[in-house]
Ligand binder design. Sequence first.
Ligand code: ANZ
Ligand code: ZN
Length: 826
Amino acid sequence: MSEKYPFERIEKKWRPYWEEIELYRAGEDPEKPRHYILDFFPYPSGAGLSVGHCRNYVPTCIATRYLRMNGYNVLHPMGWDAFGLPAENYAIQHGAHPAETSRRHAANYRRQLKLLECAYDWSREFSSTDPDYYRWTQWFFLLLHRRGLAYRAEGEQWWCPECQTILANEQVEAGRCWRCGSPVTRKVLQQWYFRITAYADRLLHDLETVDWPEGIKAMQRNWIGRSEGAEITFEIIPHHEVPAAGEITTFTTRPDTLFGVTFLALAPEHPRVPSLPTPAQAEAVAAYVETARRRSEIERQATGHEQTGAFSGRYARHPLTGREIPIWVADYVLPGYGSGAIMGVPAHDQRDYAFAQTHELPVVAVIRPPDAEADDGVCFTGEGQVVNSGPYSGLSSVTAGARICADLEAANSGTRKASYKLRDWLISRQRYWGAPIPIVHCPACGPVPVPEEDLPVELPQMKAYAPAGDGRSPLARAEAWVQTACPRCGEPAERETDTMDGFACSSWYFLRFASPHEQDRPFDPESVRAWLPVDTYVGGAEHAVMHLLYARFWTKVMHDAGLVDFVEPFQTLRNQGVLHAADGRRMSKSRGNVVTPDEVVARYGTDALRTYIVFIGPFEASVTWDESGIRGVTRFLDRFWTLAQAVAGREPATQPARTPDATTAREFLRQQHLTIRRVTEDMAAFKFNTAVAALMEWLNYLVDVWQQEPVTPDRWQEALETFALLLAPIAPFITEEIWQELLKNGGSIHRQSWPAYDESAIQAEEVTLAVQVNGRVRDTITVAAGAGEETVEAAALAAPNVRRHVDGRPIRQTIHVPGRLINIVV
Ligand code: ANZ
Ligand code: ZN
């Protein structure tokens, strides 16, 4: 019993119909609850979508349809994150203009998403490159600037020699550029920063309020990297040849080890380094600083090799013992962390230990491990009992640390402090393809914000937009554009030529979707209040830090500015698993193992692709594409199609007209309600794979019953309608056709209500059966109504009186009269 479901004909039929009835438009019915479900803002690449991307877009589409059937107004929009390095690099490689390639790629993505029949409200589509959009990205820049959260500073920055631009810390992975993989170097330049560090604590604490995967939260916590500790100040001892004295402030997480300090070390970039050394040491220090500049942060931080450094010739005074402590310059001390200076405790810190070994500095143990065995006399980094520490000896690490801090505080040479790994967000790029930073540099007034009414500062048309390698932004060559009047004094001035990092564009797009056509402001506050925060946010786990941290930061700033009434933009976050190619590797163009939705849809249809993409495994799991799996799903759809044809009477009824007995009828209903419950629970929990499995099981049962035990026709209509409704969010075409054409229902199936289940129908009713052994009643058993032959037999054989009469003899036959008796013949 199987006939092919003619997907081509049916897809062609319904696509224009749904478009015409505007099926996917976000409803704004005030009576209904709302749900905003959003995909990560995609960068439309030249390669287009692979079936891997479908693991993001199909599930959110299914959830959208499911929620709508459950009576929600659902906002499910789509747009393009088209500014940024990847788009510009692609255009350069292909000798095209990024405006042109971005438009083309977005059009291709849109076409593919429509092919998948993703339920997007396309009337809200926009691109981050639209002047109507980036006008407001610039407006937010000015908001941050007004609030002291955007500033310009000179600093040493990561520079990618290949992309010829500055990179943010987050964009350097293991010393390499995140986009092109080239090793990065450092460059001193004037740059724009967003002061995200001012929000470090809130970014940390508010993580507790969102429903996100634990792994992502942990990565954000690590990235923010709050360490509790203390700043301890050491006085520099005056030297007869070097007048400069002063102090050095170190940051430590272990004030309890203060008596074990045997040296101080400054980062080579520390501002005190140039004026510190004695004449005898000056040359060595200068040479060392020069070599350190050329090493990457990763190399500098690595353990397990000798730690380099140079002695300054100077000493500092220990704040509690008064001992003289040599001051070194060492490149394992990083300039951007803590205070850029450390107190070296070789006995209890691994890198300090390595450093002391290389430079023959003393090792003074001041912590005794709680477990004496662990004391191998080398380097113990844990906490324990403090020894060798004057009045603090005998205390635990925790108590000693607290007392030392209190005593230092009283003596004005220390204070409790937290340090953060988080750095300010570097947002200027010396690249063409981004939103221009809306600032004018005036010789008299300095940097002046472009007045709001002059926004957007439009990106000038440039044919030669590639970086020239001089470290300047290509915009600097658009002379006519650069020359302008100072907004403050009216005198000739120059525009800022750097553009914003693409991540600025994606830090607020979720707000724009609430009212995408708003002309006079970034969004309509009413619409934002109605739709936001985003209820369900879905995308890849690789965005754990950058985008998700930046968007949280902007949202908090907007909250503080009174623009929104929430502090977290994304309530629930879900990460889909990776889809590997059939060869087990990541799908990539260079490996030639990419499967596109286009080819799969052409062969098997959209419904089959959608169903397979979710049936392939749990939403969060990494899975492997398998062509035979999609054929299995195709068979499932074919069987449903065939059964529906038969039930609808398109096929001659082969059924003997028999009235079903009560047990069969009850079981038929029980299966139906059980399936509704399973699918409902799975849909709500993003467990689409088991929802499909439940439908497959039910279909097996239905086909079985149809072939063997016919029940009343009205029950069949209801069962088939229910089946179609449950499958509709997953396979929209076949279910629409069956709903409207075969089952003769009016209106789109996608506008129907989700079926409800009846708990009492699910409870298996129980029946009591007589058990005979060789034809004589020996016992009774109680089993679920409709229980199968095997279950009944097992229960019968377990009954005490039956066991006694069977007495271990082999069973020759069992005769089961459902609902009445079972006879065991031995
Ligand atoms: C003395 C000490 C003794 C330390 C001891 C550790 C163990 P986290 O946990 O990552 O915050 N440190 C401070 N500033 C640094 C810098 N700019 N570059 C490199 N290292 C720096 O690490 C804090 C610890 O890392 C600090 O505590 C300091 O070493 C070092 F038994 O101070 B500690
Ligand atoms: Zn001016």
